[in-house]
Design a protein around this ligand. Structure first.
Ligand code: XMP
Length: 332
């Protein structure tokens, strides 16, 4: 069979790009064949974060090897509101996947306590992930592969030294897993086309991306549980209001970051010191560059009003107007 996609592994920049369902199906056929050949009758462990990339990898691998895929969803305590529940609903209940759910919130937050340096936080979260998976793998028979939702921009940016993305390489010595990264040559928009061709729900395939380290890179500086809780609640309000305003399917990525300093405010006639919530809403096709979405002022006022009244600990809302470059999309 002539390969359009996989023969060019060594030169991804020469690969045919995927924009149509036909191209997606050709890609899927090639990957399914390649994964079956690679894996045989052995088992694959997948870090299923619930983001677009890992969800599409899960669907690809379910198609290729069914129950030989063991999906592990680690709730690291850095998920968005309601997200772990949704992963269980879609993958365990609807797609009948082999899914293990682990609530590792305390383990992650204890390790992160007092750590403020962004790269150190990323490395702790990535390292802890690997440890959790290794522990899960040790409990299972015959798991030889670790599947990951690495996409091409992750590799480019890691090569360029911009950020240490947790899902690029980095397996500690002694680990016996081989990597299975079926979408590592694709850009995000291509992953979405493939996801739709695989029959995943539109709402899942087009949901905005969420970084592996989750709210950990949005709860800026040293993470505390109270500020993390405030961030999660404020983010849920932002998402709800974008949904209502019809922006959810239009804006590529939007979220809140909460820094680790307070300002003076007044609530109910009393001094009220709180953290600022920073809104970021960007558009991009490949996440390598990004422009700012112009949010209507009435909507910004409504979001500000809701967050400052409904979220304990937040007393200001500000908007980040910085394109990428010079700002990366995430603050850390
Ligand atoms: P940056 O901040 O590098 O983000 O401009 C580009 C896109 O990548 C997401 N992102 C990550 N995704 N693991 C991921 O899977 C990570 O460690 C990670 N860091 C950033 C970010 O949300 C944006 O969509």
């Amino acid at each position: 069979m002539n390969s359009i996609f996989l023969d060019s592994m060594k030169r991804p920049e020469d690969m045919a790009r995927i924009t149509t369902p036909q191209q997606a199906n050709a890609f899927i056929d090639e990957v399914v064949g390649a994964v079956r050949a690679q894996v045989g009758d052995r088992k694959v462990l997948l870090a299923l974060s619930g983001g677009v990339d890992s969800s599409v990898v899960a669907a690809l691998l379910i198609k290729a090897i069914g129950k030989q895929l063991v999906c592990v969803h680690v709730n690291h305590g850095l998920m968005r509101k309601g997200e772990s529940e949704q992963v269980i609903e879609v993958f365990r209940n609807q797609l009948d996947a082999n899914l293990i759910y682990i609530d590792a919130t305390d383990r992650f937050l204890d390790k992160l306590a007092g750590v403020s340096e962004p790269e150190k936080k990323r490395k702790i979260i990535g390292g802890e992930f690997i440890d959790v998976f290794a522990e899960e793998a040790a409990k299972l028979e015959g798991v030889d592969f670790l599947a990951q939702g690495t996409i091409y921009p992750d590799i480019l940016e890691s090569d360029g030294g911009v950020k240490a993305h947790h899902n690029v390489g980095g397996l500690p010595g002694g680990m016996t897993f081989q990597l299975c990264e079926p979408v590592k040559l694709l850009f995000k928009d291509e992953v979405r086309v493939v996801g739709e061709a695989l029959g995943l729900p539109h709402s899942m395939v087009y949901r905005q991306p969420f970084p592996g380290p989750g709210l950990g890179v949005r709860c800026l500086g040293a993470i505390t549980r109270d500020r993390l809780h405030a961030l999660r609640e404020a983010d849920a309000i932002l998402r709800e209001e974008f949904d209502i305003a019809g922006l959810a399917g239009k804006v590529w990525q939007y979220f809140i970051s909460v820094p680790d300093f307070k300002s003076v405010g007044v609530r109910d006639g009393k001094r009220y010191e709180g953290w600022p919530a920073i809104i970021r809403a960007v558009n991009t096709t490949d996440a390598m560059t990004a422009t700012i979405e112009e949010i209507p002022y009435p909507l910004l006022h409504k979001i500000t009003d809701r967050i400052t009244h409904e979220v304990e600990g937040i007393n200001r809302v500000v908007m980040d107007l910085t394109p990428k470059p010079i700002g990366t999309i995430e603050w850390e």
